[in-house]
Design a protein around this ligand. Structure first.
Ligand SMILES: [Zn+2]
Length: 362
């Protein structure tokens, strides 16, 4: 948490920097680049945008919309780290072919037209601050954040990553929920700045520079991976499902389909199975009995395949062990010898310690 007295001291320091050397917060060269971008890609020119003006093509163009977004204006909001598909359409470095996300259409043309329309819509929604429509817009969250900031820097802030948004909101002790859309989290931060007696005079770009200068988020913030997130959602959706129903669901899930429907939404079959097993095992490590409680009151546990997935190990209850993070790593990396294995129990030695684990579901 950010100490309130320290925050005030840092604000004071930043305030003098802002008044005396604003070029250290936004360099004139960068400001010029920004203006150039807004001129080349001004709102009224967007309808004439062609795919080749848009795509990230690391081999030859340093002038496309996406190149500006990701590289030339990187100092105004970092978009690196997520995959090139965040733009919906890009040119493959190796094959020189266009690759597009299927959600935008079946063909490259269809996809590009949809992306262009989404861009145009986003700009008009940004202008009138229609946050709900902005949330619905199908461009990727970081990309939307960066576009909105570049075109409307007085309304939107250039903190693009969801992890960073959570980090700053936590540090500043601003009430929020992690489930909120990034669009809302940014609005909360801007609102916080605008209600501060000193920071209300700062631009959003100055505010984000301030946060990154004094309170830079640590690298590699822990975050649930994509499968763990999906499992969490499944757990919310199946909260009232009885143990018996979960067991029935698990044992009748014989379909080899990878994606299955659950309460009106599609999920990876593996994630449903793993989530149900975690829940049926009470999120307790099957080796040491430890349960980890998260700050939201839910539980955290990991799942390990006894026969590895790449060796065709399935997500059946007799092939999954629910483990704490320490035992998960030890199980994966330690010296293990299986002594006896049936569908009901497994006995093994792990780094010379013997374990007997019941695999039955009650
Ligand atoms: Zn354990």
């Amino acid at each position: 948490m950010i100490d309130k007295e320290e925050l005030k001291r840092n604000q004071k320091f930043f305030e003098s920097l802002r008044k005396n050397s604003p070029q250290l917060i936004l360099s004139p060269e960068l400001k010029e680049e920004w203006n150039k971008f807004l001129d080349i890609f001004s709102e009224h020119k967007m309808k004439n945008l062609r795919a080749e003006d848009y795509v990230l093509d690391k081999n030859n163009s340093d002038a496309s919309f996406c190149y500006w977004m990701e590289v030339r204006l990187n100092m105004l909001g970092n978009m690196h780290g997520s995959f090139a598909l965040k733009f919906g359409l890009y040119l493959s470095k190796e094959t020189r072919e266009y690759i597009h996300t299927k959600k935008f259409g079946r063909t490259k043309e269809e996809a590009f037209n949809k992306i262009k329309q989404s861009l145009i819509d986003l700009l008009s929604m940004g202008k009138i601050n229609d946050l709900d429509k902005i949330k619905e817009n199908s461009l990727s969250p970081m990309f939307k954040g960066k576009i909105l900031f570049l075109y409307y820097p007085n309304k939107f802030i250039n903190i693009l990553s969801n992890k960073h948004l959570n980090y700053f909101l936590n540090e500043l002790e601003i009430p929020y929920s992690e489930d909120l859309n990034e669009v809302d989290k940014r609005a909360i931060l801007v609102n916080f700045k605008n209600n501060d007696p000193i920071m209300k005079y700062w631009t959003n770009q100055q505010f984000s520079s301030f946060l990154y200068k004094f309170y830079r988020p640590p690298k590699n913030l822990p975050e649930l991976d994509i499968n763990e997130k999906e499992q969490e959602e499944i757990s919310h959706k199946t909260r009232e499902m009885s143990k018996e129903d979960k067991i029935t669901y698990l044992t009748s899930m014989q379909s080899m389909e990878e994606i299955v429907e659950l309460r009106g939404k599609s999920y990876k079959r593996d994630n449903i199975a793993i989530q149900f097993i975690k829940s049926l095992r009470g999120y307790k490590c099957q080796l040491c009995g430890v349960t980890i409680t998260k700050k939201n009151g839910e539980f955290y546990a990991e799942a390990s395949h006894i026969t590895a997935k790449h060796k065709k190990g399935s997500e059946r209850p007799d092939n999954i062990l629910i483990l704490c993070p320490n035992h998960h790593k030890e199980f994966d990396w330690g010296n293990k010898q299986i002594i006896k294995r049936t569908s009901e129990e497994i006995i093994f030695k792990l780094n010379n310690k013997e374990y007997k684990v019941n695999l039955k579901l009650k």
